[in-house]
Design a protein around this ligand. Structure first.
Ligand SMILES: Cc1ncc(COP(=O)(O)O)c(C=O)c1O
Length: 343
């Protein structure tokens, strides 16, 4: 048995998902004629109470398409310093949109309205870049799966409206946040100009990300997706697994969250752990005891077929997902429990 805890991107399509893919009706989506993609786009837009949606191959593409639509070259995008759009999208904000970033120091990846207000440049000052977009992330990946409070997002939106900025959400793991907090998808639809959602993580699909927004926004986004090479033919086979995931794999995320809490609790008191960060969803982050390299701890887990990731020289991350069963969690918890001393 191998327990894959490095990321929730390691999931394999389940038999039910594969059957849904095999049975999919497809067409040419560049012509707007793929019934499965059209259905997935419509059901996602409806779920969030937004006008329209666009199927993209990856979360990176849906974020980058959104940023391109919302900005002009030379603009400034405000985000947290560990945001995926800044750290892990290959410099895409500069590459694709010719925009620069203003980085804020958040609380486990979350920024607040007064920080945003302070970071907005004066539009009448020609020295300054034009602040045009705020990007939030929920859950925050590098924040250890932390979730935003809706009131904070509403306050940020108010600052955006007052200053004529757009608000985009990198919601790669938004379904985790919705399940963990009980917040409604439609609340998010009201607060953001655009939202990207990943199907290829805890939702269990091999690929796919949805971008949702207004009709006009999605019309522009469709053009940018094509320019980036994301216009797909017969991709309804892949959209079918997205439909399957939305219908079957959202509520079960609560199990992943419970598994993550169990693993985090078992780490308490282990000699190689100096701090376990709060666990709000499916991500566990812990600091290793000074003097022990995180890589050494990761190797010790790897030796017993538990795959974890050293995300910094002093930090380990574990992520639960639908291919981590409760038996696997028992195995991990027992291993941790039986090896708390000398490592
Ligand atoms: C928060 C966040 N946003 C966006 C992405 C990008 O998704 P993709 O790997 O599909 O490009 C990821 C991927 O891990 C992520 O964690």
């Amino acid at each position: 048995m191998i327990v894959e805890l490095r990321s929730d991107t390691f999931t394999k399509p389940s038999p039910g998902m594969l059957a849904a893919m095999a049975a999919a009706e497809t067409g040419d989506d560049v012509f707007g004629e793929d019934p499965s993609i059209n259905k997935l786009e419509n059901m996602t837009a409806e779920l969030f109470g937004m006008q329209a949606a666009l199927y993209c191959p990856t979360g990176t593409m849906s974020n980058q398409v959104a940023i391109k639509v919302h900005t002009q070259p030379g603009d400034e995008v405000i985000c947290e310093r560990s945001a995926h759009v800044f750290l892990y999208e290959g410099g895409g904000i500069a590459f694709n949109s010719g925009a620069q970033v203003r980085l804020l120091e958040g609380d486990r990846g979350r920024i607040n309205a007064s920080q945003v207000a302070e970071a907005i440049n004066n539009r009448n000052d020609v020295h300054k870049a034009n602040s045009s977009l705020v990007c939030l992330e929920n859950t925050c990946n590098r924040g250890g799966g932390s979730c935003y409070d809706l009131n904070e997002i509403a306050a940020i939106r108010e600052v955006c409206d007052t200053n004529d900025l757009k608000l985009h959400l990198d919601g790669a793991r938004l379904f985790n946040a919705l399940v963990a907090t009980g917040q409604k998808a439609t609340d998010y639809g009201k607060l953001f100009h655009s939202i990207s959602l990943c199907l290829n993580k805890g939702m269990g699909c091999p690929m796919g990300s949805m971008l949702v927004g207004s009709k006009e926004f999605i019309r522009k986004a469709r053009r940018v997706r094509k320019v980036l090479g994301g216009g797909m033919r017969q991709a309804g086979y892949m959209a079918a697994c997205g439909i399957y995931a939305i219908e079957n794999n959202i509520d079960r995320l609560a199990t992943d969250h419970a598994h993550a809490k169990r693993i985090a609790e078992s780490l308490d008191g282990a000699s190689y752990v100096s701090k376990v960060h709060p666990v709000d969803t499916n991500i566990i982050v812990f600091n290793v005891t000074p003097g022990i390299p995180a890589e050494t701890v990761a190797k010790r887990f790897e030796d017993v077929n538990i795959r974890v990731m050293a995300i910094a020289p002093t930090q380990i991350r574990m992520v639960t997902h639908l291919d981590v069963s409760s038996e696997m969690v028992d195995y991990v918890v027992n291993f941790i429990g039986n090896n708390k001393g000398e490592f």
